[in-house]
Design a protein around this ligand. Structure first.
Ligand code: MRU
Length: 368
């Protein structure tokens, strides 16, 4: 998508194919800085410390992390290579626990590499697999966007020409994927078809991913308004939201949806006010191995300093400021789980499903 009119992806291989380039999202929306990732260890840090984020992008980054470690180990004999590879995969896998795309991408790499006889072949296979994960993500988002836009077109038809009001939480945008986004692919596709729309953007404390969503929508010409995290229920009660669409880090077999903390409260408000609540779900974010989400999907707990401070821009500098008194205790649950009973439908690359048709609809589709 566009930054200042120039096309970008969120991750790409450097021209010499020996390092990976990412946009350092910690600095957005104030500074667009491209970070060069030269080692798998550096990729683990980038995922864990959220230089990049969003479930599909975490998956692609992990796949490239495996390629980087293969390059690092390429001169070793096959026993030492295998040992180093398995250690690196374990480190990548532990970098963030909730987004299932991470495990999925690593499993893909493991399978691809296991089929190769020589170290040289493994290096080549790791690169091809990482590129495939990234390219497929773009294709998945494009297809998902078209199905979602069909849905918005139907809804918009009953609105007498006024813009359809979409509310979203966190950033399920192109920055959270390789390109296009999941929720935003629906929005960009609908806007491209000429459907009038406006987006309510939750600020999404504590990391304020709403700032990313608002910025990328603005950069790509979509009308949007930021609201504080507690405003959504009020807007829904007053008919100011036509549809909620959120992303997901992991959706369990029964349709329970793990997404950014606060998603569950939006689903409760949507249910009470009869506002349709949709989840943009690319198949790599579906976890058929976890039968039920509540209680079984691991919920990441992050450093309490993310709650106790806020990062912003002032006096010409990016800076972090303290919000609470010295010694304040804070808890930082990064995700919550919305039970399937509150979900109207799942917008996938294979079409839109309800909770009952989701697992059969996605059966067998997770490995491309
Ligand atoms: O902690 P983050 O910023 O990685 O959380 C991201 C989200 O919760 C997104 O909604 C989710 O990954 C879907 S992105 C297409």
């Amino acid at each position: 998508m566009l930054i200042d009119g120039k096309r970008f992806r969120s991750i790409w291989l450097a021209d010499d194919a020996r390092s990976v380039l990412i946009i350092d999202q910690r600095r957005l929306p104030f500074t667009v800085e491209v970070e060069t990732i030269r080692s798998c260890r550096q990729m683990v840090t980038a995922i864990r410390d959220m230089h990049l984020r969003g479930a599909p992008l975490i998956g692609a980054a992990a796949a490239y992390g495996v390629y980087l470690v293969c390059l690092e180990l390429a001169d070793l004999g096959s026993a030492a290579f295998e040992k180093g590879l398995q250690r690196a995969i374990a480190e990548l896998n532990a970098s963030r626990p909730t987004a299932v795309n991470l495990r999925w991408a690593l499993e893909r790499q493991r399978t691809a590499l296991a089929a190769c006889a020589s170290v040289k072949d493994k290096v080549g296979a790791a690169r091809r697999t990482a590129d495939a994960v990234a390219e497929e993500d773009v294709a998945i988002c494009a297809r998902l966007g078209r199905h979602g836009a069909d849905l918005l077109a139907e809804m918009s038809a009953g609105l007498g020409g006024r813009p359809i009001n979409v509310l979203t939480h966190c950033n399920a945008g192109w920055l959270a994927t390789v390109d296009l986004g999941t929720v935003t692919s629906v929005i960009y596709e609908a806007a491209g078809r000429g459907i009038p729309l406006h987006v309510w953007v939750d600020e999404t404390r504590p990391r304020n991913q709403g700032a990313l969503t608002s910025w990328e929508l603005g950069q790509n010409g979509v009308d949007n308004t930021v609201i504080c995290d507690n405003a959504g229920g009020h807007l829904m009660q007053h008919g100011m939201v036509d549809v909620v669409i959120v992303g997901t880090d992991r959706t369990a077999r029964n349709g329970d949806v793990a997404n950014k903390i606060g998603t569950y409260l939006k689903a409760l408000a949507a249910h009470d006010t009869r506002v349709p609540f949709y989840v943009a779900l690319p198949s790599p974010s579906f976890d058929p191995d976890t039968p039920v989400g509540v209680g079984l999907i691991p919920i990441e707990e992050r450093d309490s300093r993310e709650v106790l401070t806020v990062r912003g821009y002032g006096d010409g500098h990016e800076r972090t400021v303290q919000l609470f008194a010295d010694g304040t205790t804070a808890a930082n649950y990064a995700f919550d789980v919305t039970p399937a009973r509150f979900v109207t439908g799942y917008i996938t690359e294979h079409g839109v499903f309800g909770p009952d048709t989701l697992a059969p609809g996605l059966a067998g589709s997770r490995h491309g």
